[in-house]
Design a protein around this ligand. Structure first.
Ligand SMILES: [Zn+2]
Length: 276
C-alpha cells in the first residue's frame, strides 16, 4: 500500500486527547495507505466514542473511510445531548464509584462493581445489558465490543455528574434508587423494617424506604443536607422533581443504611451509608 499524507484537525473539545502540536489547526499525518480514518483518529489518541462526525474535503465520511493522499479531514465532537439507540443506562468502571452513587441518588440506572472485573468483562457487560460504559480510561473506550461508551472528562465528582447529565440528558427521578446496589426503592412502614433499625433511629424517624433488591433501609439521616444539595443542583439545571416520588408519604431518600443490612452484607459496607 502506498502511504498517504493527509491533513487533520480536531475541534477544541477533543484537544484534551491529542498531542499539543495538533491543537492549533490542521496538521499532517502520514497513514499506511490501508488504515481506516477511524483507526487513524484512534491512533492519534481520540476514542471514537467522543467523535460525533468526520468531514473529509467538506463532506461527511464514515470511520471506515480509507484516507487518500491530500485529503483534508476535520474531526468533530459528539453533539449534546447525545442520542442513544436505547434508554440511558450506564455502567461505570471501578474508578467512578462516587459518580455511580450520585447518578443513583438522582434515580439514574448506574451499574457499578467496586471490584475490578477487568476490561473484557466490563465491555461484555456493556454489550449484554446495552449500557453506556463511562470511563476515564481511553484504552477501555477503544474496545470494539462496547455497546456504547463515553469518556468522563473531569476527575472531580461534581463535574463528572454535570458532564454525564449534560451529555445524555437522562430523566431524573431523585430518591428512587438504592445508592448501594442500584436497585429501586419502595416506601415501607416503620413496623416492617423495625428489625433493621437501632433504637435511636426508630424513635427519631417515621418515613422509611427499602431497596427492593438488597433490602437496605433508608431514612433521612445525617447526610440529608449534603445529598439534598446535590439533588437540588442537578434538578435546577437538568429537570426532575427534587422531592422525589409524588406519594404523600414519599421516602425522603437513600440517606442512611440500616446497621442490620450492613451486618448482613459486609461486601456492601463500603458503598453503604457514606456520603455520595
Ligand atoms: Zn440496594
Amino acid at each position: 500500500m502506498e502511504r498517504a499524507e493527509i491533513r487533520i484537525e480536531f475541534v477544541p473539545e477533543l484537544h484534551v486527547f491529542v498531542n499539543v502540536r495538533r491543537r492549533a489547526g490542521r496538521s499532517a499525518v502520514t497513514t499506511d495507505g490501508s488504515s481506516t480514518l477511524g483507526h487513524v483518529v484512534e491512533s492519534l489518541g481520540v476514542p471514537l466514542t467522543e467523535v460525533g462526525g468526520l468531514v473529509v474535503d467538506g463532506a461527511a465520511a464514515d470511520a471506515s473511510h480509507v484516507p487518500a493522499p491530500g485529503e483534508q479531514v476535520s474531526v468533530l465532537a459528539v453533539a449534546r445531548p447525545q442520542r442513544l439507540p436505547g434508554p440511558p443506562r450506564f455502567l461505570l468502571d471501578v474508578h467512578l464509584g462516587t459518580l455511580a452513587r450520585r447518578l443513583r441518588l438522582l434515580g439514574v440506572d448506574a451499574a457499578y462493581e467496586s471490584t475490578d472485573i477487568g476490561d473484557p468483562a466490563l465491555a461484555a457487560r456493556s454489550a449484554d445489558e446495552q449500557r453506556v460504559l463511562l470511563s476515564r480510561d481511553r484504552g477501555l473506550l477503544h474496545r470494539r465490543e462496547l455497546w456504547a461508551g463515553a469518556y468522563v472528562y473531569s476527575h472531580r465528582p461534581a463535574d463528572q455528574l454535570r458532564d454525564v447529565l449534560s451529555r445524555f440528558a437522562p430523566p431524573l427521578a431523585p430518591w428512587t434508587r438504592c445508592t448501594a446496589c442500584n436497585g429501586t426503592l419502595r416506601e415501607v412502614a416503620k413496623t416492617s423494617v423495625r428489625e433493621h433499625l437501632e433504637d435511636g433511629t426508630e424513635r427519631s424517624f417515621d418515613v422509611f424506604a427499602q431497596c427492593t433488591a438488597c433490602e437496605q433501609v433508608y431514612w433521612r439521616g445525617a447526610h440529608h443536607e449534603q445529598l439534598s444539595g446535590i439533588v437540588a443542583e442537578a434538578v435546577a439545571e437538568f429537570g426532575g422533581d427534587p422531592d422525589g416520588p409524588a406519594a404523600p408519604a414519599a421516602p425522603d431518600g437513600p440517606l442512611h443504611t440500616s446497621v442490620a443490612a450492613q451486618r448482613r452484607r459486609p461486601d456492601r459496607a463500603a458503598a453503604g451509608p457514606t456520603p455520595v
